[in-house]
Design a protein around this ligand. Sequence first.
Ligand SMILES: Nc1nc2c(ncn2[C@@H]2O[C@H](COP(=O)(O)OP(=O)(O)OP(=O)(O)O)[C@@H](O)[C@H]2O)c(=O)[nH]1
Length: 426
Amino acid sequence: MRALIIEPSPTYQRILSRMLDTYDFDMTFVDSATAGFRAMREHHHQFVCVAMYLPDLTGIEFCQHIRQGSINNEVPIFIVTSESNPELLSSALTAGATDIIRKDDLPRLEEALHTLIPLGPFRYNISGKALYLEDSLTVANATDAKLKRLGLQMDHAFSIAEAHHLLQHNKYELIMTDIVLQANETGIDFIKQLRSETRFQQTPILAVTSLESINRRIQALQSGANDYISKPVLDEELFARINNLISSNRLVEQLTRERQRLLELATKDHLTGLYNRHFMGEVAKRRFAEAYRNHLPLSVLVIDIDHFKQINDQYGHQTGDNVLKCLAEALRQQFNDDDYVARFGGEEFVVLLNQTELEPARHKAALLCQTLQQLKPENIITTVSVGAASLNPAQQEYFDEVFARADKALYQAKQNGRNQVVALVE
Ligand SMILES: Nc1nc2c(ncn2[C@@H]2O[C@H](COP(=O)(O)OP(=O)(O)OP(=O)(O)O)[C@@H](O)[C@H]2O)c(=O)[nH]1
């Protein structure tokens, strides 16, 4: 952040320097209007303090020159003066001074800065990249300079094809597009194309339109632009609109992530990442109603690790946890995406086998027993017992009933010596 202080008095230069030091400004001190103009041509300053009486001009004349010129003509200018003549002070404001700060009331400058800082681009916490589709290099370069001040890097595309090419290789926080382009292309087409792709549905799009074309602006918004800005573009308006777009999008992204995290917490078992018992219950309700309604087969496997207590006792709880995680991963890989695998608690897992009759379910479970026996998680031979049961198409059965039958089958598998499958019809 740069500040320009035009003050002929070394004493006041020192006072202002001390005061502004806390703001981390890059301060330039000069003692005449001529040197002030030169400094403004050399660098972009975020605000200017100018004394009322300078060796070459008055502060009021300095203001007039800046406001009527083309270099940083919207910069906030504070006239710092001991002058109390109301007419003179009023003419300073008319000339374009942002505010008058009396030298016996310098803390007011700090207050003014506090209200000013929210207006400047430096208050925006923006970073990342923007893409600008614009067929004029001059306009693109000018915009690039503005976006840099805001903290955004800009890639420029002359055509829609070029923009798509850049989009394939870069991630953009913001896409800006001019509406009228060359070769019969329009920004409206580009916006529509972007919005038809899932990955760009959330990306903020800012349309740049000419001031008079109200229809174009409406069309841009209807096509999916989030906002528009009219040419000639005012810096502060551009900064504010870009900031709004990017920060709202970040908020949406943050909420989506948070929602996803809460969903995971509510539906997943934290140790294995498999679905938890609660979620399985909810899914099972829907699956059973659907299967019954459409006369589709549905099976349930209840899987329990054999002698898991011994593993814990012999190798410790942490090793026991690792065995659970390893078996859970194997279960996840063993079944289709359409089958739900859940950790029901402790060392017990449940699988909902979609559109599967009892015999294929039993067969899958037998293969699973073999696979897990060979897995040797943590170098420990681990086996499982499995109970299988299926929805009886003759009766309207619910998950609880089929689960109870599979659990009974599991009990029999344990009784029969473990490491085996028992399937129960009734
Ligand atoms: N490491 C670990 N152990 C668990 C966890 N949840 C439950 N257990 C242990 O799992 C063991 C289950 O023991 P039991 O119900 O007696 O069953 P088992 O030793 O597998 O014997 P069978 O089922 O009859 O073959 C207990 O020692 C529990 O402490 C867990 O999250 N991590």
